[in-house]
Design a protein around this ligand. Structure first.
Ligand code: 5RP
Length: 222
């Protein structure tokens, strides 16, 4: 296993300590979230059920007998656990490297607490090196791409990829994300955009960051 994967696993294992028993939770998508599902499954901890943000997450939950519930069946979740592509000191994030950011944002907004789990490579002073994933309705792809260029971005179509909802993803390089809340709103206001991967309105509440010299718990700070 690579060092990065070992760190992802350490962050994921630590997150199990923050899972309350007999509650509903949400589980994100990606390799760090997968490590979390293995850790939760092996922990013997009993939860009432979990909302999955992708087919892969649901499949892995099923392997451990973690009951799956649908977002419409609950009014809130005790906690949401997920990885990130980048996370800032304010715990705002870029997500969507796996193209699941629409479901992830919905589930994160149902949760009372969002715990981000990450290896140290994901922690950045400023968001924006990782391209911003923007889910678009296919017929609006070119129109949205032109608008993103006007905003200073360099969109690239994610070739051969369809989201859970049958949409396409534009990965947008070079956008100025120094005002993440404003940019989250601006991109989402473009006709044809379904959702973008900036988590600025809904940052994480806690970051479990695995570094080579140990696991750190970070709350948002300026
Ligand atoms: C999926 C995501 C993931 O959380 C993000 O891509 C990080 O993935 P990984 O844990 O594999 O590094 O947002 O849409």
């Amino acid at each position: 296993m690579s060092t990065q994967d070992q760190l992802k696993q350490q962050a994921a294992e630590r997150a199990v300590d923050f899972i309350p028993e007999n509650e509903y939770i949400g589980i994100g998508t990606g390799s760090t979230a997968n490590f979390f599902i293995h850790a939760l499954g092996q922990s013997g901890k009993r939860i009432k059920g979990a909302v999955a943000t992708s087919h892969k997450t649901a499949e892995l939950m099923a392997e451990y007998g973690i009951p799956q519930i649908q977002p419409n069946e609950v009014s809130k979740l005790a906690v949401y656990i997920d990885g990130a592509d980048e996370v800032s000191p304010l715990l705002q994030m870029i997500k969507g490297g796996g193209g699941a950011h629409l479901a992830e944002k919905i589930v994160a907004n149902l949760a009372e607490r969002f715990i981000c789990i990450a290896d140290e490579s994901k922690y950045v002073r400023r968001l924006g090196r990782f391209p911003l994933p923007v889910e678009v309705v296919p017929m609006a792809r070119s129109m949205v791409a032109r608008k993103l260029v006007q905003l200073g971005g360099r969109p690239e179509l994610r070739i051969g990829f369809k989201s859970l909802n049958g949409n396409e993803i534009l990965d947008v390089y070079d956008l100025d994300l120094s005002q993440p809340i404003a940019m989250e709103d601006t991109v989402n206001s473009l006709l044809g955009v379904v959702e973008n991967g900036l988590f600025a309105h809904r940052p994480a509440d806690l970051l479990i960051l695995a570094k080579k010299d140990g696991v750190q718990l970070l709350e948002a700070h300026v």
